[in-house]
Design a protein around this ligand. Structure first.
Ligand code: ASP
Length: 344
């Protein structure tokens, strides 16, 4: 149970949630988040300390870059021992990417980091932002015997708490914008918040909290579609300095069996480019041994992404390539879970 000494930090980065109608123009504009207690007076009822910090400038999340993730991680590092939990208000468009990034960057995390946002601005009558914010704060503050109930990087949206690196933005209009198709929800908010303890990741070691801040942009995505041409494949695989490519494949990790295609993939692997097979399907995963077409990819050295989401896969490649690993080590680590983003 939280008590009066509980302290939560809300980090407002931008996005729809923090907008309010300008009474003169009728247009939506970000409001001064220091005034959040005036906008959402219900927050006073928590009876504990809530601090806020706002990014300057505020960003539409489609402008987010790795530098932004680093800034976020540093804010959490600075406040790590002062606060019991963190709530990050973030645009929904790239929330799954940012939650994945933070889940990889924050090492030995023992406190909740809850991302949320909204489909309607907090200043609108029918906003989903208030409920999302209030529940996210409650989750960030929730403890039992002094231990945080959800010491993970998560996404809370429309009654459900998900592991952040398992989420995907699924709907651009409905309030339930996110899904986690390959991992169960960590909590459901109804009359009370019911936690799914068996699926929450609890730290097994007690090392000090640190952050890892190296990302590389030398990754690319090759999305397959019927009729893809050698020129398109070449343009991706011969991107200067590219070190890792997501092969955004069909079904359980299949692609064309044509000689020209397999040969190009093989040449890329032989040059030391990691080819990471991630399915275009929204659920299930990659199993390259299921069909002959998948097996051809496996035989030339493509690595299967199992049930990882596209968003987590992109960020994971950026994160691991940023570590300057050897090719052998990169291939090994990409298949292992860093923070529960991929099943063993
Ligand atoms: N474009 C906005 C953003 O991602 C949408 C939102 O806030 O949900 O920042």
């Amino acid at each position: 149970m939280p008590n009066s000494s509980t302290s939560i930090l809300i980090i407002y980065t931008g996005g729809t949630i923090g907008m309010k109608e300008n009474p003169e123009t009728g247009a939506l504009a970000p409001f001064n988040f220091d005034q959040i207690l005036n906008e959402v007076p219900e927050l006073r009822k928590f009876g504990f300390n809530i601090d806020t910090i706002s990014f300057n400038p505020l960003v539409d999340s489609s402008d987010i870059t790795p530098e932004f993730w680093i800034e976020l991680a540093k804010i959490i590092q600075e406040g790590y021992y002062k606060y019991n939990g963190f709530v990050i208000l973030h645009g929904t468009d790239t929330m799954s990417y940012s939650a994945s990034a933070l889940s990889f960057m924050l090492k030995n995390l023992h406190k909740p980091v809850v991302f949320t946002g909204s489909q309607l601005p907090i200043g609108k009558l029918r906003t989903d932002g208030k409920d999302n914010l209030i529940s996210a704060i409650e989750i960030a503050a929730a403890t039992s015997n002094g231990q945080s109930l959800v010491p993970e990087v998560t996404v809370f949206f429309e009654n459900q708490l998900f592991r952040g690196n398992r989420t995907t933005k699924y709907n651009s209009e409905h309030f339930n914008a996110f899904r986690s198709n390959s991992y169960p929800a960590l909590a459901q908010a109804g009359i009370s918040i019911k936690y799914n303890y068996t699926h929450i990741g609890y730290p097994t070691q007690h090392h000090d909290f640190t952050i890892s801040t190296h990302f590389s942009n030398n990754v690319a995505v090759l999305t397959l579609f019927p009729g893809i041409t050698p020129a398109i494949v070449d343009s991706v695989l011969s991107t200067p300095d590219v070190k890792a490519v997501i092969l955004h494949s069909y079904g359980s990790g299949n692609g064309p069996s044509s000689e020209w295609f397999i040969e190009r993939i093989k040449n890329a692997v032989d040059k030391g480019i990691l080819i990471f097979n991630v399915t275009q399907c929204k659920a299930g995963g990659v199993n390259m041994s299921k069909y002959d077409n998948g097996l051809l990819l496996k035989k030339v050295g493509v690595i299967g992404g199992k049930d990882i989401t596209f968003e987590a896969a992109v960020v994971k490649l950026m994160f691991l390539v940023g570590k300057n690993l050897t090719f052998v080590e990169l291939k090994k680590q990409v298949q292992e879970s860093i923070s529960g983003e991929i099943s063993n």
